[in-house]
Design a protein around this ligand. Structure first.
Ligand SMILES: NC(=O)c1ccc[n+]([C@@H]2O[C@H](COP(=O)([O-])OP(=O)(O)OC[C@H]3O[C@@H](n4cnc5c(N)ncnc54)[C@H](O)[C@@H]3O)[C@@H](O)[C@H]2O)c1
Length: 255
């Protein structure tokens, strides 16, 4: 594997299917990685594997909706590895994910909880990582959005709102902190298989997902997101900022 991230320190906030793959890829390309999740055990098992394969990584408990927890994760990057060059904000609350909830049905407590994590949390995370990255002379922030941000779906209205809101945040950071050397971009995954949850991505759902894609041979894998993330974290992405990249097999097409 090419080592485009040698010498960089990257915080991956949110383990899980995609986050674990992000951490593994960034470490495999040479970065020192801090992987945090509210489910610390999940982050720890991925980090154990990375370290056993010769990578540099540390896990931590991270609540991405809590300012002090985010601050502690950034401090861990600084204390363990000397600073911070990249942050991939990837965690998500899925309160309205699997039910047939529309704007008339979704209960407000779920709406508020989802916004608290996905929008307020990403806002707080951005504030937590920027100072340490600016101290280093700049860096790259990658936000995991979703094609739900622009597909006008019938369901998951709060999720879609939250995944759209972070695009506004990303563009703001790109404009306001570009002069500080900060690049900010978003990845919008399409259907990405959860390797450990074949009960959710059943063969029927996979076939249904492929109907809307231009690529018909498969749905996405967390690797596909990690490959885009590594590009944006690396100097190969040095002239890219303020952009949203759909990684979705051609599910969506936008100008
Ligand atoms: N899998 C897909 O098909 C798909 C499609 C589009 C977008 N996405 C996006 O990709 C990202 C990763 O999703 P995934 O599919 O890996 O899901 P996942 O459920 O496997 O991972 C999400 C992780 O976020 C963690 N989390 C939840 N609340 C948290 C909090 N307050 N603080 C810290 N961690 C918290 C969970 O513990 C979990 O490990 C999400 O932002 C999601 O919206 C996924």
């Amino acid at each position: 594997m090419v080592r485009r991230l040698d010498g960089k320190v990257i915080l991956v906030a949110g383990a899980g299917a995609i986050g674990n793959e992000l951490a593994s890829r960034y470490a495999a390309e040479g970065a020192s990685v801090v992987l945090g999740d509210i489910n610390e055990e999940l982050a720890r098992s991925t980090v154990d594997r990375i370290v056993s394969e010769g990578g540099r990584a540390t896990s931590t408990h991270l609540d991405g909706s809590d300012e002090s927890s985010l601050g502690a994760a950034v401090a861990l990057c600084r204390d363990s590895y000397g600073g911070l060059d990249g942050a991939h904000l990837n965690y998500v609350a899925f309160e309205d994910n699997l039910a047939d909830n529309g704007v008339m049905e979704l209960d407000l407590a779920s709406f508020d909880r989802l916004m608290h994590v996905n929008v307020r949390g990403f806002f707080l995370a951005t504030r937590a990582v920027l100072p340490e990255m600016i101290k280093r002379g700049g860096g790259s922030i990658v936000y995991t959005s979703s094609t739900a941000a622009f597909d006008g779906g019938r369901q998951r209205v709060a999720y879609a709102i939250s995944k759209t809101a972070i695009l506004a945040l990303m563009r703001h950071v790109s404009t306001r902190h570009g002069p500080d050397g900060i690049r900010a971009n978003a990845i919008a995954p399409g259907f990405i298989a959860w390797p450990n949850r074949p009960d959710i991505y059943t063969p029927e759902i996979v076939e249904h997902a492929k109907l809307g894609q231009r690529i018909k041979s498969r749905i996405g894998h967390p690797n596909d997101i990690a490959a885009m993330g590594a590009h944006l974290m690396s100097d190969d992405g040095a002239f890219i900022t303020g952009q949203t990249f759909a990684v979705d097999g051609g599910l969506t097409m936008r100008p």
